[in-house]
Design a protein around this ligand. Sequence first.
Ligand code: GDP
Ligand code: CA
Length: 325
Amino acid sequence: MDIVVLAGGIGGARFLLGVRALIEQIGGSVTAIINIGDDVTLHGLRICPDLDSVMYTLGGGADPVRGWGRADETWTVKEELAAYGAEPEWFGLGDRDVATHLVRTRMLDAGYPLSAVTEALCARWQPGIRLLPASDDRVETHAIVDDGGADDSGAGDVALHFQEWWVRHHGELPAKRFVFAGAETAKPAAGVLDAIAAADLVLLAPSNPVVSIAPILGVHEIWTALVEGPAPVIGLSPIIGGAPVRGMADKCLATVGVPCTAAGVGGLYGSRRDGGVLDGWLVDTTDAGTAVEGVPVHETPLLMTDVAATLAMVRVAVTAAGLVT
Ligand code: GDP
Ligand code: CA
């Protein structure tokens, strides 16, 4: 079975451990199309947080407690930068992690597309799945923050890079909306459209719907390939019992005016029959009774406590697609 997964960083990485486990059992392939909206250049280094979270996690090199960055990390570079007063100081840049960014930046500067750079980095990590950035072009998530002025003309609004809004300000500055700069003209990365066309199943990981999945779906040709493609599209809710399992998806959903519920996120993705993308929606058993117009809803435990639990979720998603494992 050939499975395509749309995913963000930490939630996406955990989910992909379960998808990889299924394919190890039944055979086939996994292609993960990863959000690049969080990518940022700091201290001259190109940093791709979601690609790295997935690569390190599947390659066995992620810090299990933080969920991002490298295991056995040290922070000398960060301390030395701080000693120089080099901004920004709020971004966690570990020493081991820096090596990844140095290799990536050097290859990008030499003219390789991000998809080729990712493949080269994965030669070391052997994630056991194919990792693709959503695009080789720039797609950058910005939070549009109110200037606090009395008029709502938008004249004084400020666009913050997502990392600044999320990491520096902890998502606490009220955002009016998110913009995926570049998404409309960005082309899918090499391999993305072929993978979707060849897929037996497409899964939307239980990643942040607003700032992880939406920037991927915002690449026009990816959206078209999914909604017009042959493979069933099944999504899994990142919201359980009205709250994100971890992270700040509640703040992001509030910004786009979507209730922080499994039904709200399912409705945001929408039924493929009425202009959305979903053919099926998985919600946690806590959210039994959830209804999404035009979308069959399936209830099953959605806590990714370990690989076995995640594998069980993936099996339910496969069944929901009308496929057998
Ligand atoms: P990020 O890019 O690192 O923020 O990670 P993602 O966007 O891939 O994943 C973040 C989302 O994963 C959050 O909205 C969480 O609610 C969700 N999440 C984390 N752990 C779990 C879990 O065990 N089960 C489910 N259903 N969602 C989870
Ligand atoms: Ca992310």
